[in-house]
Write a protein that binds this ligand. Structure first.
Ligand SMILES: Cc1ncc(C[n+]2csc(CCOP(=O)(O)OP(=O)(O)O)c2C)c(N)n1
Ligand SMILES: [Mg+2]
Length: 581
Protein backbone atom coordinates (compact mmCIF):
# COMPACT_ATOMS: atom_id res chain seq x y z
CA UNK A 1 0.00 0.00 0.00
CA UNK A 2 1.29 3.47 -0.84
CA UNK A 3 2.07 6.12 1.75
CA UNK A 4 -1.06 7.31 3.51
CA UNK A 5 -1.96 10.91 3.13
CA UNK A 6 -2.70 12.71 6.30
CA UNK A 7 -6.27 13.92 6.32
CA UNK A 8 -5.16 17.56 6.38
CA UNK A 9 -2.86 17.04 3.37
CA UNK A 10 -5.53 15.63 1.13
CA UNK A 11 -6.66 17.80 -1.74
CA UNK A 12 -9.81 19.54 -0.65
CA UNK A 13 -12.91 20.24 -2.65
CA UNK A 14 -13.43 23.92 -3.23
CA UNK A 15 -16.41 25.46 -1.58
CA UNK A 16 -18.47 25.08 -4.70
CA UNK A 17 -18.48 21.31 -4.25
CA UNK A 18 -17.33 18.41 -6.37
CA UNK A 19 -17.97 17.06 -9.87
CA UNK A 20 -20.54 14.64 -8.42
CA UNK A 21 -22.56 17.62 -7.20
CA UNK A 22 -22.39 19.33 -10.57
CA UNK A 23 -23.37 16.05 -12.19
CA UNK A 24 -26.46 15.64 -9.98
CA UNK A 25 -27.53 19.24 -10.59
CA UNK A 26 -27.06 18.74 -14.32
CA UNK A 27 -29.18 15.57 -14.31
CA UNK A 28 -31.99 17.39 -12.51
CA UNK A 29 -31.76 20.29 -14.94
CA UNK A 30 -32.06 17.83 -17.86
CA UNK A 31 -35.26 16.32 -16.46
CA UNK A 32 -33.87 13.24 -14.71
CA UNK A 33 -36.17 12.97 -11.70
CA UNK A 34 -34.85 9.79 -10.11
CA UNK A 35 -31.50 8.14 -9.52
CA UNK A 36 -31.94 4.45 -8.65
CA UNK A 37 -28.86 3.31 -6.82
CA UNK A 38 -27.04 0.36 -5.37
CA UNK A 39 -23.98 1.77 -3.68
CA UNK A 40 -20.36 0.93 -2.90
CA UNK A 41 -17.15 2.74 -2.06
CA UNK A 42 -17.40 4.52 -5.40
CA UNK A 43 -20.45 6.42 -4.16
CA UNK A 44 -18.64 8.47 -1.50
CA UNK A 45 -18.36 11.69 -3.59
CA UNK A 46 -21.97 11.31 -4.67
CA UNK A 47 -23.24 10.82 -1.13
CA UNK A 48 -21.29 13.88 -0.05
CA UNK A 49 -22.77 15.82 -2.95
CA UNK A 50 -26.30 14.80 -1.98
CA UNK A 51 -25.70 16.13 1.53
CA UNK A 52 -24.36 19.38 0.12
CA UNK A 53 -27.37 19.72 -2.16
CA UNK A 54 -29.67 19.21 0.81
CA UNK A 55 -27.94 22.17 2.46
CA UNK A 56 -27.78 24.47 -0.52
CA UNK A 57 -31.20 23.56 -1.87
CA UNK A 58 -29.88 22.76 -5.36
CA UNK A 59 -32.33 20.53 -7.23
CA UNK A 60 -31.04 16.96 -7.70
CA UNK A 61 -32.69 13.69 -8.76
CA UNK A 62 -34.46 11.92 -5.91
CA UNK A 63 -32.28 9.02 -4.74
CA UNK A 64 -34.05 5.65 -4.75
CA UNK A 65 -32.09 2.96 -2.97
CA UNK A 66 -32.49 -0.60 -4.23
CA UNK A 67 -30.72 -3.49 -2.55
CA UNK A 68 -30.06 -5.41 -5.75
CA UNK A 69 -29.00 -4.08 -9.13
CA UNK A 70 -31.60 -6.05 -11.07
CA UNK A 71 -34.23 -4.39 -8.89
CA UNK A 72 -32.73 -0.93 -9.45
CA UNK A 73 -32.75 -1.36 -13.23
CA UNK A 74 -36.18 -3.05 -13.31
CA UNK A 75 -37.61 -0.17 -11.27
CA UNK A 76 -36.01 2.31 -13.66
CA UNK A 77 -37.42 0.30 -16.57
CA UNK A 78 -40.94 0.38 -15.10
CA UNK A 79 -40.65 4.08 -14.38
CA UNK A 80 -39.37 4.95 -17.87
CA UNK A 81 -41.84 2.63 -19.59
CA UNK A 82 -44.83 4.36 -17.98
CA UNK A 83 -43.57 7.97 -17.85
CA UNK A 84 -41.48 7.94 -21.08
CA UNK A 85 -38.98 10.04 -19.08
CA UNK A 86 -35.34 9.06 -18.63
CA UNK A 87 -34.30 7.76 -15.22
CA UNK A 88 -30.71 7.27 -14.10
CA UNK A 89 -29.28 4.23 -12.33
CA UNK A 90 -25.95 4.00 -10.56
CA UNK A 91 -24.32 0.76 -9.46
CA UNK A 92 -21.03 -0.22 -7.88
CA UNK A 93 -18.18 -0.53 -10.38
CA UNK A 94 -17.55 -3.81 -12.23
CA UNK A 95 -19.45 -6.10 -9.88
CA UNK A 96 -22.56 -3.92 -9.85
CA UNK A 97 -22.43 -3.70 -13.64
CA UNK A 98 -22.29 -7.51 -13.81
CA UNK A 99 -25.43 -7.72 -11.69
CA UNK A 100 -27.36 -5.26 -13.82
CA UNK A 101 -26.67 -6.74 -17.24
CA UNK A 102 -29.77 -8.96 -17.37
CA UNK A 103 -32.20 -6.18 -16.44
CA UNK A 104 -30.41 -3.82 -18.84
CA UNK A 105 -31.00 -6.33 -21.63
CA UNK A 106 -34.73 -6.33 -20.85
CA UNK A 107 -34.81 -2.55 -21.17
CA UNK A 108 -32.67 -2.48 -24.31
CA UNK A 109 -34.88 -4.90 -26.22
CA UNK A 110 -37.94 -2.82 -25.32
CA UNK A 111 -36.34 0.51 -26.23
CA UNK A 112 -36.61 1.97 -22.77
CA UNK A 113 -34.18 4.85 -22.37
CA UNK A 114 -32.16 4.72 -19.14
CA UNK A 115 -28.92 6.44 -18.16
CA UNK A 116 -27.06 3.48 -16.66
CA UNK A 117 -23.98 4.47 -14.71
CA UNK A 118 -21.41 2.76 -12.55
CA UNK A 119 -18.55 3.94 -10.47
CA UNK A 120 -15.14 2.85 -11.51
CA UNK A 121 -12.46 1.67 -9.13
CA UNK A 122 -10.18 4.56 -8.31
CA UNK A 123 -7.55 4.86 -11.03
CA UNK A 124 -4.73 6.13 -8.83
CA UNK A 125 -3.10 4.17 -6.01
CA UNK A 126 -2.41 7.25 -3.94
CA UNK A 127 -2.19 11.01 -4.11
CA UNK A 128 -5.67 12.24 -4.97
CA UNK A 129 -8.89 12.62 -3.07
CA UNK A 130 -10.60 9.34 -3.92
CA UNK A 131 -7.39 7.36 -4.62
CA UNK A 132 -7.50 3.71 -3.70
CA UNK A 133 -8.01 3.11 0.00
CA UNK A 134 -9.50 -0.36 0.15
CA UNK A 135 -8.11 -3.75 -0.84
CA UNK A 136 -11.02 -4.26 -3.27
CA UNK A 137 -9.84 -1.37 -5.41
CA UNK A 138 -7.24 -3.50 -7.13
CA UNK A 139 -9.21 -6.66 -7.82
CA UNK A 140 -12.44 -4.93 -8.87
CA UNK A 141 -10.72 -2.94 -11.58
CA UNK A 142 -11.12 -4.41 -15.06
CA UNK A 143 -9.45 -3.75 -18.40
CA UNK A 144 -12.82 -3.06 -19.96
CA UNK A 145 -15.60 -2.67 -17.41
CA UNK A 146 -18.04 -1.40 -20.02
CA UNK A 147 -17.28 -4.43 -22.21
CA UNK A 148 -19.75 -6.49 -20.16
CA UNK A 149 -22.63 -4.29 -21.20
CA UNK A 150 -21.41 -2.72 -24.45
CA UNK A 151 -23.36 -5.04 -26.73
CA UNK A 152 -26.56 -4.13 -24.94
CA UNK A 153 -26.35 -0.36 -24.68
CA UNK A 154 -26.46 2.21 -27.48
CA UNK A 155 -23.37 4.07 -26.31
CA UNK A 156 -20.83 3.92 -23.52
CA UNK A 157 -18.16 6.24 -22.26
CA UNK A 158 -16.19 7.15 -19.19
CA UNK A 159 -16.21 10.59 -17.61
CA UNK A 160 -12.55 11.56 -17.66
CA UNK A 161 -12.70 15.03 -16.19
CA UNK A 162 -15.20 17.51 -14.84
CA UNK A 163 -14.65 19.97 -17.67
CA UNK A 164 -16.34 17.63 -20.11
CA UNK A 165 -19.28 16.88 -17.82
CA UNK A 166 -22.03 18.73 -19.69
CA UNK A 167 -21.05 17.39 -23.10
CA UNK A 168 -20.81 13.82 -21.84
CA UNK A 169 -24.12 13.85 -19.95
CA UNK A 170 -26.02 15.67 -22.69
CA UNK A 171 -24.67 13.30 -25.31
CA UNK A 172 -25.61 10.28 -23.18
CA UNK A 173 -29.16 11.54 -22.67
CA UNK A 174 -29.62 12.60 -26.31
CA UNK A 175 -28.51 9.21 -27.61
CA UNK A 176 -30.69 7.33 -25.09
CA UNK A 177 -33.71 9.43 -26.08
CA UNK A 178 -33.20 9.17 -29.85
CA UNK A 179 -35.45 6.55 -31.42
CA UNK A 180 -35.15 3.65 -31.27
CA UNK A 181 -34.53 4.53 -27.65
CA UNK A 182 -32.43 2.48 -25.29
CA UNK A 183 -30.08 2.42 -22.33
CA UNK A 184 -26.64 4.05 -22.43
CA UNK A 185 -23.77 3.43 -20.01
CA UNK A 186 -21.40 5.87 -18.36
CA UNK A 187 -18.68 5.01 -15.89
CA UNK A 188 -17.69 7.53 -13.26
CA UNK A 189 -14.23 7.03 -11.70
CA UNK A 190 -14.05 8.01 -8.08
CA UNK A 191 -11.31 10.64 -8.29
CA UNK A 192 -12.99 12.27 -11.27
CA UNK A 193 -16.31 12.78 -9.49
CA UNK A 194 -14.52 13.74 -6.26
CA UNK A 195 -12.57 16.51 -7.99
CA UNK A 196 -13.43 20.07 -7.01
CA UNK A 197 -15.89 21.77 -9.24
CA UNK A 198 -16.53 25.30 -8.16
CA UNK A 199 -18.82 26.92 -10.66
CA UNK A 200 -20.72 24.58 -12.86
CA UNK A 201 -21.47 26.39 -16.07
CA UNK A 202 -24.19 24.79 -18.04
CA UNK A 203 -26.39 25.95 -20.81
CA UNK A 204 -29.94 25.34 -19.72
CA UNK A 205 -31.84 23.74 -21.27
CA UNK A 206 -29.51 21.40 -23.12
CA UNK A 207 -28.31 22.48 -26.55
CA UNK A 208 -27.71 18.84 -27.47
CA UNK A 209 -31.13 17.42 -28.23
CA UNK A 210 -32.29 13.98 -29.34
CA UNK A 211 -32.59 13.43 -33.08
CA UNK A 212 -36.08 13.30 -34.57
CA UNK A 213 -36.97 9.90 -36.01
CA UNK A 214 -36.82 9.20 -39.73
CA UNK A 215 -40.07 10.03 -41.52
CA UNK A 216 -41.72 7.20 -43.45
CA UNK A 217 -40.50 7.16 -47.04
CA UNK A 218 -43.20 8.22 -49.54
CA UNK A 219 -42.38 5.47 -52.07
CA UNK A 220 -42.43 2.76 -49.45
CA UNK A 221 -45.76 4.06 -48.15
CA UNK A 222 -47.22 4.06 -51.67
CA UNK A 223 -46.07 0.49 -52.26
CA UNK A 224 -47.42 -0.70 -48.89
CA UNK A 225 -50.75 1.04 -49.54
CA UNK A 226 -50.98 -0.66 -52.93
CA UNK A 227 -50.41 -4.09 -51.38
CA UNK A 228 -52.94 -3.45 -48.62
CA UNK A 229 -55.53 -2.08 -51.06
CA UNK A 230 -55.30 -5.24 -53.18
CA UNK A 231 -55.55 -7.59 -50.22
CA UNK A 232 -58.74 -9.48 -49.41
CA UNK A 233 -57.53 -10.81 -46.08
CA UNK A 234 -55.14 -8.22 -44.65
CA UNK A 235 -53.89 -8.57 -41.09
CA UNK A 236 -52.01 -6.33 -38.66
CA UNK A 237 -49.65 -7.94 -36.19
CA UNK A 238 -48.11 -5.74 -33.53
CA UNK A 239 -46.32 -6.11 -30.22
CA UNK A 240 -45.40 -2.56 -29.39
CA UNK A 241 -47.26 0.01 -31.52
CA UNK A 242 -48.60 1.39 -28.23
CA UNK A 243 -45.14 2.41 -27.04
CA UNK A 244 -45.81 5.45 -29.20
CA UNK A 245 -48.71 6.59 -26.99
CA UNK A 246 -50.13 8.77 -29.78
CA UNK A 247 -50.26 5.73 -32.09
CA UNK A 248 -52.81 3.99 -29.87
CA UNK A 249 -55.75 5.99 -31.22
CA UNK A 250 -54.31 6.04 -34.74
CA UNK A 251 -54.18 2.24 -34.89
CA UNK A 252 -57.78 1.93 -33.63
CA UNK A 253 -58.94 4.33 -36.36
CA UNK A 254 -56.88 2.74 -39.10
CA UNK A 255 -58.05 -0.79 -38.30
CA UNK A 256 -61.67 0.31 -38.09
CA UNK A 257 -61.64 2.47 -41.21
CA UNK A 258 -60.03 -0.10 -43.50
CA UNK A 259 -61.42 -3.18 -41.75
CA UNK A 260 -58.08 -4.75 -40.92
CA UNK A 261 -58.01 -7.13 -37.94
CA UNK A 262 -55.28 -6.74 -35.33
CA UNK A 263 -53.41 -9.44 -33.44
CA UNK A 264 -51.19 -8.31 -30.57
CA UNK A 265 -48.47 -10.90 -30.38
CA UNK A 266 -46.75 -10.97 -27.00
CA UNK A 267 -47.61 -7.30 -26.36
CA UNK A 268 -45.26 -5.37 -24.16
CA UNK A 269 -47.31 -2.21 -24.62
CA UNK A 270 -51.07 -2.24 -25.17
CA UNK A 271 -51.83 -1.25 -28.77
CA UNK A 272 -55.63 -1.71 -29.02
CA UNK A 273 -58.50 -1.81 -26.56
CA UNK A 274 -59.84 -5.24 -25.63
CA UNK A 275 -63.32 -4.35 -26.89
CA UNK A 276 -62.27 -3.01 -30.29
CA UNK A 277 -64.22 -4.78 -33.06
CA UNK A 278 -60.98 -5.37 -35.00
CA UNK A 279 -59.25 -6.98 -32.01
CA UNK A 280 -58.54 -10.62 -32.84
CA UNK A 281 -56.59 -11.49 -29.74
CA UNK A 282 -53.04 -12.45 -29.08
CA UNK A 283 -52.28 -15.54 -31.13
CA UNK A 284 -51.25 -14.97 -34.74
CA UNK A 285 -51.07 -18.70 -35.57
CA UNK A 286 -54.67 -19.09 -36.77
CA UNK A 287 -54.78 -15.94 -38.92
CA UNK A 288 -51.30 -15.66 -40.41
CA UNK A 289 -51.72 -18.56 -42.88
CA UNK A 290 -55.06 -17.10 -44.08
CA UNK A 291 -53.72 -13.60 -44.70
CA UNK A 292 -52.75 -12.27 -48.13
CA UNK A 293 -51.08 -9.14 -46.74
CA UNK A 294 -49.60 -8.65 -43.28
CA UNK A 295 -48.74 -5.27 -41.84
CA UNK A 296 -46.25 -5.85 -39.04
CA UNK A 297 -45.99 -2.85 -36.75
CA UNK A 298 -43.23 -2.82 -34.13
CA UNK A 299 -43.03 -6.57 -33.68
CA UNK A 300 -39.74 -8.39 -33.42
CA UNK A 301 -41.44 -11.80 -33.64
CA UNK A 302 -44.79 -11.42 -35.44
CA UNK A 303 -45.36 -15.18 -35.43
CA UNK A 304 -43.33 -18.33 -34.73
CA UNK A 305 -42.02 -19.58 -38.10
CA UNK A 306 -41.52 -23.16 -36.89
CA UNK A 307 -45.25 -23.26 -36.08
CA UNK A 308 -46.91 -21.31 -38.91
CA UNK A 309 -45.96 -20.03 -42.32
CA UNK A 310 -47.39 -17.23 -44.43
CA UNK A 311 -49.18 -18.18 -47.65
CA UNK A 312 -46.90 -18.14 -50.66
CA UNK A 313 -48.54 -15.09 -52.24
CA UNK A 314 -48.89 -13.20 -48.95
CA UNK A 315 -47.04 -9.89 -48.91
CA UNK A 316 -45.41 -8.75 -45.68
CA UNK A 317 -44.87 -5.10 -44.80
CA UNK A 318 -42.75 -4.40 -41.75
CA UNK A 319 -42.91 -1.02 -40.04
CA UNK A 320 -41.00 0.29 -37.09
CA UNK A 321 -38.30 2.59 -35.87
CA UNK A 322 -35.89 -0.18 -36.83
CA UNK A 323 -38.06 -2.54 -38.89
CA UNK A 324 -35.24 -5.04 -39.52
CA UNK A 325 -34.31 -5.18 -35.80
CA UNK A 326 -30.70 -4.63 -36.71
CA UNK A 327 -29.51 -5.28 -33.15
CA UNK A 328 -30.74 -8.89 -33.39
CA UNK A 329 -28.13 -11.26 -34.82
CA UNK A 330 -30.65 -13.25 -36.88
CA UNK A 331 -34.25 -12.63 -37.90
CA UNK A 332 -35.49 -13.98 -41.23
CA UNK A 333 -39.17 -12.99 -41.43
CA UNK A 334 -40.26 -12.13 -44.97
CA UNK A 335 -40.15 -8.42 -45.60
CA UNK A 336 -41.45 -7.28 -48.99
CA UNK A 337 -41.55 -3.65 -47.89
CA UNK A 338 -39.84 -2.18 -44.84
CA UNK A 339 -40.87 1.25 -43.60
CA UNK A 340 -38.70 3.07 -41.09
CA UNK A 341 -40.61 5.47 -38.86
CA UNK A 342 -42.72 5.92 -35.76
CA UNK A 343 -46.03 4.06 -35.56
CA UNK A 344 -48.11 7.25 -35.58
CA UNK A 345 -46.31 8.77 -38.57
CA UNK A 346 -46.50 5.51 -40.52
CA UNK A 347 -50.19 4.94 -39.78
CA UNK A 348 -51.02 8.54 -40.71
CA UNK A 349 -49.15 8.28 -44.01
CA UNK A 350 -50.72 4.90 -44.78
CA UNK A 351 -54.17 6.28 -43.99
CA UNK A 352 -53.76 9.13 -46.48
CA UNK A 353 -52.39 6.82 -49.17
CA UNK A 354 -55.08 4.17 -48.68
CA UNK A 355 -57.85 6.74 -48.68
CA UNK A 356 -57.02 7.43 -52.31
CA UNK A 357 -57.11 3.75 -53.23
CA UNK A 358 -59.88 2.16 -51.20
CA UNK A 359 -63.55 3.04 -51.12
CA UNK A 360 -65.42 2.36 -47.88
CA UNK A 361 -67.78 -0.09 -49.63
CA UNK A 362 -64.85 -2.13 -50.89
CA UNK A 363 -63.87 -3.20 -47.40
CA UNK A 364 -67.43 -3.70 -46.13
CA UNK A 365 -67.56 -7.46 -46.85
CA UNK A 366 -64.46 -7.91 -44.71
CA UNK A 367 -66.26 -6.66 -41.62
CA UNK A 368 -68.52 -9.69 -41.59
CA UNK A 369 -65.54 -12.05 -41.80
CA UNK A 370 -63.77 -10.24 -38.98
CA UNK A 371 -66.92 -10.19 -36.84
CA UNK A 372 -67.23 -13.96 -37.36
CA UNK A 373 -63.59 -14.52 -36.47
CA UNK A 374 -64.03 -12.41 -33.34
CA UNK A 375 -67.16 -14.31 -32.37
CA UNK A 376 -65.37 -17.64 -32.82
CA UNK A 377 -62.48 -16.40 -30.74
CA UNK A 378 -64.57 -15.05 -27.88
CA UNK A 379 -66.62 -18.26 -27.81
CA UNK A 380 -63.43 -20.31 -27.60
CA UNK A 381 -62.17 -18.11 -24.75
CA UNK A 382 -65.46 -18.47 -22.91
CA UNK A 383 -65.46 -22.26 -23.33
CA UNK A 384 -61.89 -22.47 -22.02
CA UNK A 385 -62.74 -20.20 -19.12
CA UNK A 386 -65.85 -22.18 -18.18
CA UNK A 387 -63.75 -25.35 -18.11
CA UNK A 388 -61.09 -23.60 -16.02
CA UNK A 389 -63.48 -21.97 -13.58
CA UNK A 390 -63.58 -24.40 -10.70
CA UNK A 391 -60.35 -26.28 -11.21
CA UNK A 392 -58.08 -26.89 -8.24
CA UNK A 393 -55.22 -26.23 -8.13
CA UNK A 394 -56.33 -23.00 -9.73
CA UNK A 395 -56.13 -22.55 -13.48
CA UNK A 396 -54.20 -19.45 -14.69
CA UNK A 397 -57.09 -18.63 -17.06
CA UNK A 398 -59.49 -18.47 -14.11
CA UNK A 399 -57.01 -16.44 -12.07
CA UNK A 400 -56.66 -14.00 -14.99
CA UNK A 401 -60.44 -13.64 -15.19
CA UNK A 402 -60.80 -13.06 -11.43
CA UNK A 403 -58.03 -10.44 -11.55
CA UNK A 404 -59.94 -8.67 -14.29
CA UNK A 405 -63.19 -8.70 -12.31
CA UNK A 406 -61.48 -7.38 -9.19
CA UNK A 407 -59.19 -4.71 -10.60
CA UNK A 408 -59.90 -1.00 -10.75
CA UNK A 409 -60.41 0.05 -14.40
CA UNK A 410 -57.46 2.46 -13.97
CA UNK A 411 -55.16 -0.26 -12.62
CA UNK A 412 -51.81 -0.70 -14.38
CA UNK A 413 -51.10 -4.40 -14.83
CA UNK A 414 -47.51 -5.55 -15.20
CA UNK A 415 -47.44 -9.08 -16.58
CA UNK A 416 -44.35 -11.24 -16.36
CA UNK A 417 -46.13 -13.59 -18.73
CA UNK A 418 -48.35 -15.74 -16.47
CA UNK A 419 -51.49 -13.58 -16.87
CA UNK A 420 -53.60 -14.41 -19.93
CA UNK A 421 -54.57 -11.00 -21.38
CA UNK A 422 -57.48 -12.52 -23.34
CA UNK A 423 -59.38 -12.96 -20.08
CA UNK A 424 -58.90 -9.33 -19.12
CA UNK A 425 -60.22 -6.05 -20.34
CA UNK A 426 -57.98 -3.05 -20.97
CA UNK A 427 -59.77 -0.06 -22.37
CA UNK A 428 -57.12 2.67 -22.40
CA UNK A 429 -53.45 2.88 -23.37
CA UNK A 430 -50.73 2.14 -20.84
CA UNK A 431 -52.87 -0.10 -18.62
CA UNK A 432 -51.06 -3.27 -19.59
CA UNK A 433 -47.33 -3.94 -19.88
CA UNK A 434 -45.78 -7.29 -20.75
CA UNK A 435 -42.28 -8.51 -19.97
CA UNK A 436 -39.44 -7.87 -22.38
CA UNK A 437 -38.85 -10.21 -25.29
CA UNK A 438 -35.36 -10.69 -23.82
CA UNK A 439 -37.26 -12.37 -20.96
CA UNK A 440 -34.61 -11.86 -18.30
CA UNK A 441 -36.72 -13.17 -15.45
CA UNK A 442 -37.32 -11.21 -12.28
CA UNK A 443 -38.47 -7.99 -13.97
CA UNK A 444 -42.14 -7.73 -13.02
CA UNK A 445 -42.09 -6.84 -9.32
CA UNK A 446 -39.45 -4.12 -9.76
CA UNK A 447 -41.16 -2.79 -12.88
CA UNK A 448 -44.40 -2.50 -10.89
CA UNK A 449 -42.65 -0.42 -8.23
CA UNK A 450 -41.24 1.83 -10.96
CA UNK A 451 -44.68 2.15 -12.56
CA UNK A 452 -46.13 3.20 -9.21
CA UNK A 453 -43.43 5.85 -8.90
CA UNK A 454 -44.36 7.15 -12.35
CA UNK A 455 -48.11 7.14 -11.65
CA UNK A 456 -48.68 7.43 -7.92
CA UNK A 457 -52.43 7.93 -8.36
CA UNK A 458 -52.96 4.68 -10.26
CA UNK A 459 -53.33 1.30 -8.64
CA UNK A 460 -50.54 -1.02 -9.83
CA UNK A 461 -50.42 -4.80 -9.89
CA UNK A 462 -47.64 -7.21 -10.87
CA UNK A 463 -48.61 -10.71 -12.01
CA UNK A 464 -45.71 -13.16 -11.96
CA UNK A 465 -44.97 -16.86 -11.72
CA UNK A 466 -43.27 -18.42 -8.72
CA UNK A 467 -40.11 -18.68 -10.80
CA UNK A 468 -40.13 -15.04 -11.87
CA UNK A 469 -40.88 -13.98 -8.30
CA UNK A 470 -37.83 -15.83 -6.97
CA UNK A 471 -35.65 -14.28 -9.71
CA UNK A 472 -36.84 -10.80 -8.68
CA UNK A 473 -35.04 -10.86 -5.33
CA UNK A 474 -38.25 -10.79 -3.24
CA UNK A 475 -36.65 -9.50 -0.03
CA UNK A 476 -35.19 -6.56 -1.95
CA UNK A 477 -38.51 -5.91 -3.71
CA UNK A 478 -40.64 -5.88 -0.54
CA UNK A 479 -38.05 -3.76 1.22
CA UNK A 480 -38.11 -1.19 -1.62
CA UNK A 481 -41.91 -1.10 -1.65
CA UNK A 482 -42.00 -0.31 2.07
CA UNK A 483 -39.00 2.03 2.05
CA UNK A 484 -40.19 4.20 -0.82
CA UNK A 485 -43.89 4.05 0.02
CA UNK A 486 -44.84 2.27 -3.19
CA UNK A 487 -47.80 0.08 -2.30
CA UNK A 488 -48.57 -2.37 -5.10
CA UNK A 489 -50.26 -5.74 -5.32
CA UNK A 490 -48.12 -8.75 -6.21
CA UNK A 491 -50.04 -11.73 -7.57
CA UNK A 492 -47.93 -14.88 -7.73
CA UNK A 493 -49.31 -17.69 -9.86
CA UNK A 494 -47.51 -20.45 -8.03
CA UNK A 495 -47.33 -23.80 -9.81
CA UNK A 496 -44.19 -24.74 -7.86
CA UNK A 497 -42.29 -25.17 -11.08
CA UNK A 498 -40.57 -23.61 -14.01
CA UNK A 499 -43.52 -24.46 -16.22
CA UNK A 500 -41.94 -22.96 -19.31
CA UNK A 501 -39.04 -25.39 -19.00
CA UNK A 502 -41.46 -28.30 -18.75
CA UNK A 503 -43.50 -27.08 -21.73
CA UNK A 504 -40.36 -26.74 -23.81
CA UNK A 505 -39.22 -30.28 -22.89
CA UNK A 506 -42.62 -31.73 -23.77
CA UNK A 507 -42.73 -29.80 -27.05
CA UNK A 508 -39.33 -31.12 -28.12
CA UNK A 509 -39.74 -34.65 -26.78
CA UNK A 510 -43.50 -35.36 -26.68
CA UNK A 511 -42.89 -39.11 -26.34
CA UNK A 512 -39.62 -38.80 -24.43
CA UNK A 513 -38.77 -40.41 -21.11
CA UNK A 514 -39.02 -37.06 -19.34
CA UNK A 515 -42.64 -36.73 -20.52
CA UNK A 516 -43.53 -39.81 -18.47
CA UNK A 517 -41.60 -38.78 -15.39
CA UNK A 518 -43.06 -36.87 -12.48
CA UNK A 519 -39.55 -36.06 -11.33
CA UNK A 520 -38.11 -34.36 -14.39
CA UNK A 521 -34.96 -32.51 -13.40
CA UNK A 522 -34.79 -28.73 -13.49
CA UNK A 523 -38.57 -28.31 -13.61
CA UNK A 524 -40.09 -28.91 -10.17
CA UNK A 525 -39.17 -26.36 -7.54
CA UNK A 526 -40.25 -28.53 -4.61
CA UNK A 527 -40.36 -26.89 -1.22
CA UNK A 528 -40.94 -23.23 -1.88
CA UNK A 529 -41.06 -20.66 0.91
CA UNK A 530 -44.43 -19.17 1.88
CA UNK A 531 -44.26 -16.14 -0.41
CA UNK A 532 -47.10 -14.38 1.41
CA UNK A 533 -45.02 -14.40 4.58
CA UNK A 534 -42.10 -12.72 2.83
CA UNK A 535 -44.40 -9.80 2.01
CA UNK A 536 -45.83 -9.81 5.55
CA UNK A 537 -42.36 -9.71 7.01
CA UNK A 538 -41.81 -6.39 5.21
CA UNK A 539 -44.98 -4.94 6.70
CA UNK A 540 -47.28 -5.99 3.86
CA UNK A 541 -50.43 -8.06 3.65
CA UNK A 542 -50.23 -11.66 2.47
CA UNK A 543 -52.61 -14.50 1.72
CA UNK A 544 -52.26 -17.98 0.32
CA UNK A 545 -55.11 -19.07 -1.96
CA UNK A 546 -55.73 -22.80 -2.59
CA UNK A 547 -59.39 -22.79 -3.44
CA UNK A 548 -60.81 -21.30 -6.67
CA UNK A 549 -63.94 -20.12 -4.86
CA UNK A 550 -61.97 -18.05 -2.37
CA UNK A 551 -59.95 -16.13 -4.97
CA UNK A 552 -62.40 -13.25 -5.58
CA UNK A 553 -62.60 -12.53 -1.84
CA UNK A 554 -58.83 -12.70 -1.44
CA UNK A 555 -58.33 -10.28 -4.33
CA UNK A 556 -60.86 -7.89 -2.84
CA UNK A 557 -59.10 -7.94 0.55
CA UNK A 558 -55.64 -7.47 -0.94
CA UNK A 559 -56.75 -4.63 -3.24
CA UNK A 560 -58.45 -2.91 -0.32
CA UNK A 561 -55.30 -3.11 1.84
CA UNK A 562 -53.18 -1.58 -0.92
CA UNK A 563 -55.70 1.18 -1.54
CA UNK A 564 -56.93 2.02 1.94
CA UNK A 565 -53.91 1.21 4.10
CA UNK A 566 -51.26 2.09 1.49
CA UNK A 567 -49.52 -1.20 2.22
CA UNK A 568 -48.15 -3.66 -0.30
CA UNK A 569 -49.92 -7.01 -0.58
CA UNK A 570 -49.12 -10.42 -2.04
CA UNK A 571 -51.41 -13.25 -3.03
CA UNK A 572 -49.70 -16.62 -3.28
CA UNK A 573 -52.10 -18.46 -5.58
CA UNK A 574 -51.55 -22.20 -5.81
CA UNK A 575 -51.98 -22.94 -9.51
CA UNK A 576 -51.91 -25.84 -11.92
CA UNK A 577 -49.43 -25.96 -14.82
CA UNK A 578 -51.03 -23.47 -17.30
CA UNK A 579 -48.73 -20.85 -18.73
CA UNK A 580 -47.90 -19.57 -22.17
CA UNK A 581 -44.15 -19.09 -22.35
C1 LIG B 1 -32.62 -14.79 -16.04
C2 LIG B 1 -33.33 -15.94 -16.63
N1 LIG B 1 -32.97 -17.20 -16.28
C3 LIG B 1 -33.63 -18.26 -16.79
C4 LIG B 1 -34.64 -18.10 -17.71
C5 LIG B 1 -35.32 -19.31 -18.35
N2 LIG B 1 -36.74 -19.41 -18.00
C6 LIG B 1 -37.69 -18.96 -18.82
S1 LIG B 1 -39.23 -19.16 -18.22
C7 LIG B 1 -38.63 -19.91 -16.82
C8 LIG B 1 -39.56 -20.43 -15.77
C9 LIG B 1 -40.32 -19.35 -15.10
O1 LIG B 1 -41.14 -19.91 -14.13
P1 LIG B 1 -42.42 -19.19 -13.59
O2 LIG B 1 -42.18 -17.74 -13.48
O3 LIG B 1 -42.84 -19.91 -12.36
O4 LIG B 1 -43.54 -19.36 -14.73
P2 LIG B 1 -44.19 -20.73 -15.28
O5 LIG B 1 -43.45 -21.06 -16.53
O6 LIG B 1 -44.09 -21.77 -14.23
O7 LIG B 1 -45.60 -20.36 -15.59
C10 LIG B 1 -37.24 -19.97 -16.85
C11 LIG B 1 -36.43 -20.54 -15.77
C12 LIG B 1 -34.95 -16.76 -18.07
N3 LIG B 1 -35.91 -16.47 -18.95
N4 LIG B 1 -34.32 -15.72 -17.51
MG1 LIG C 1 -44.03 -21.49 -12.14
Amino acid sequence: MGPRLERSNRPKAKEGGNVAGAYLALLADRGVDYLFGNAGTDFAPLIEAYSQAAQTGVAVPRPILATHENLAVSMAHGYGMVSRRIPAVMVHVSVGTANMVCAAMNAARENVAILLTAGRSPLTETGLLGSRDGYIHWAQEMYDQAGMIREIVKWDYELRNGEQLTTVVDRALAIAATEPRGPVYLSLPREVIAAPFAEPEQASPSRLNPAAPAAPDANAIAEAARLLAQAKRPLIVTSNAGRDAAAFGALAQFAERFAVPVVQHRPRYLSLTSSHPMNLGFNPARLVPKADAILVIESDVPWIPSQVAVAEDCKVIQCGLDPLFTRYPIRGFPCDVAITGGALATLSALTSALDQLVAAEAVAPRRRWIADERATLTTAWKTALDAAARRAPLDPAWVSHCIDRAKDPRCIVINEYTLFPEYCSFESPDLYFGSSSASGLGWGPGAALGAKLARPQSPVMAVVGDGAFMFSNPAAVHHASALHDLPVLFVVMNNAMWGAVQRSTLAMYPEGLASRSNEANFVQLGKLPAFEQICESAGGYGERVDDPGSLPGALERAISVVKNERRQALLNIICGPGGTA
